[in-house]
Design a protein around this ligand. Structure first.
Ligand SMILES: NC(=O)c1ccc[n+]([C@@H]2O[C@H](COP(=O)([O-])OP(=O)(O)OC[C@H]3O[C@@H](n4cnc5c(N)ncnc54)[C@H](O)[C@@H]3O)[C@@H](O)[C@H]2O)c1
Length: 349
């Protein structure tokens, strides 16, 4: 592997106003005060834009952060940003996320996840980078029966368009690594949660509903297991990966062996959906968001599985630990406690 020094360098982070992007930028600004972070985000309204503005407000206080409002699907804009800043490392987090939304709004996935990611690859070809790190997803495993999910498993059976676009990103990255010797690492994130997270995800949506006295839907009658991964663990993983890229080597044919890798980043400890709801409920009461005598049972509805969903996600993180000396470990209760406390202060409850 090739070590990469980030001091004094330009780093591009796409999706910088997003949940993972903003947390990553915050950490990079704190850890590497000599680096310049160029954040790109189109600030789309897939979910409440105020959350994106809130995250950006914090980042904009730092003079080493440059924010560019732009769409990665706009090739000229992206190529020109890369030419201007000549980034050493690029982290592509901009994407249309969410499994369920891909059923009603497929076009958004093609635009951001395929055309947008292709433009990032093209920009890396035109302005060579030392490492391209990009977000893939645990959803590429589809309804894989074998657990834990390993990057050695065959992932040719996506069950949502979202998953299909993420798998396609890995394939396109492989081709560009081979053709243009671009060191690239794809990271398959497993259900990321935490303060100022995404309102479209279960823990956030459940909280909104319970606060409003509405009923929450427990899919697959609660028979779901999820590897919930705390945001700080994801950021730790990304920061480590950014600084060590797959090595450039030539094969016997004299052509590059693609400097390409894919890792899982997940908690490696799947939690049953009902336990998760129980812990979340306790933490919402503890934070004072809901009263002690809240009737949780009256606000739960057990429903069948939804199209595009999978019953279990469970990450094998041995490769990440071997190559980067790290595996996520934040307990769900600690993470949900931080979320509940943030929620209370953000919504002034
Ligand atoms: N959060 C999770 O559980 C999870 C799990 C697996 C993979 N991922 C992946 O991680 C990445 C970050 O996810 P997140 O949870 O922070 O989502 P997010 O929606 O909060 O962040 C994505 C950001 O990208 C921006 N964006 C979308 N399309 C864009 C475009 N065409 N041009 C510029 N900006 C654009 C959005 O405005 C948003 O701010 C995504 O690629 C997502 O698919 C997330």
């Amino acid at each position: 592997m090739t070590d990469i020094r980030l001091d004094g360098k330009n780093i591009i982070v796409t999706g910088a106003a997003g949940f993972i992007g903003a947390n990553l930028v915050k950490r990079l600004l704190a850890d590497i005060p000599t680096a310049t972070i160029i954040g790109i985000d189109n600030m789309n309204d897939y979910y409440d834009v105020r959350l994106k503005e809130y995250r950006l407000k914090e980042l904009n206080k730092n003079k080493n952060f440059i924010f560019i409002k732009g769409n990665i699907a706009d090739k000229n804009a992206i190529v020109s940003i890369f030419q201007t800043y000549n980034p050493t490392v690029v982290v592509n987090l901009a994407a249309q996320a969410g499994v369920r939304y891909s059923i009603t709004n497929p076009d958004a996935y093609i635009e951001s996840n395929l055309v947008g990611f292709f433009n990032i690859l093209e920009a890396c070809r035109n302005s060579p980078v030392e490492h391209l790190v990009y977000a893939s997803s645990s959803s590429v495993y589809g309804s894989n029966k074998k657990v834990p999910y390993s990057t050695e498993d065959k992932v040719d059976n996506p069950v949502s368009l979202y998953a299909a676009t993420k798998k396609s990103d890995e394939l396109m990255a492989h081709a560009y690594s081979k053709l243009y010797n671009i060191p690239s690492t794809g990271l398959r994130f497993f259900t990321v949660y935490g303060p100022a997270g995404r309102p479209d995800m279960a823990y956030f949506g459940f909280t909104d509903k319970l606060v409003n006295g509405e009923t929450i839907k427990i899919f697959n009658y609660g028979n779901c297991m999820r590897d919930f991964t705390y945001i700080d663990d994801i950021v730790e993983g990304v920061v480590r990966v950014m600084q060590k890229a797959p090595e450039k080597k030539n094969g016997d044919d004299g052509l590059p062996i693609p400097p390409y890798a894919v890792y899982n980043i997940g908690n490696n400890q799947p939690e049953n959906l009902l336990n998760f709801v129980q812990i979340l409920s306790e933490e919402l009461v503890r934070a004072g968001i809901l009263p002690k005598d809240y009737d949780f049972d009256a606000h739960k509805e057990f429903v069948p599985m939804q199209a595009g969903d999978v019953p279990v996600t469970y990450a094998d993180t041995d490769a990440l630990e071997k190559d980067y000396g790290f595996r996520p470990s934040t307990p769900l209760r600690d993470g949900l406690r931080n979320f509940a406390e943030w929620y209370k202060s953000f919504y002034k409850l």
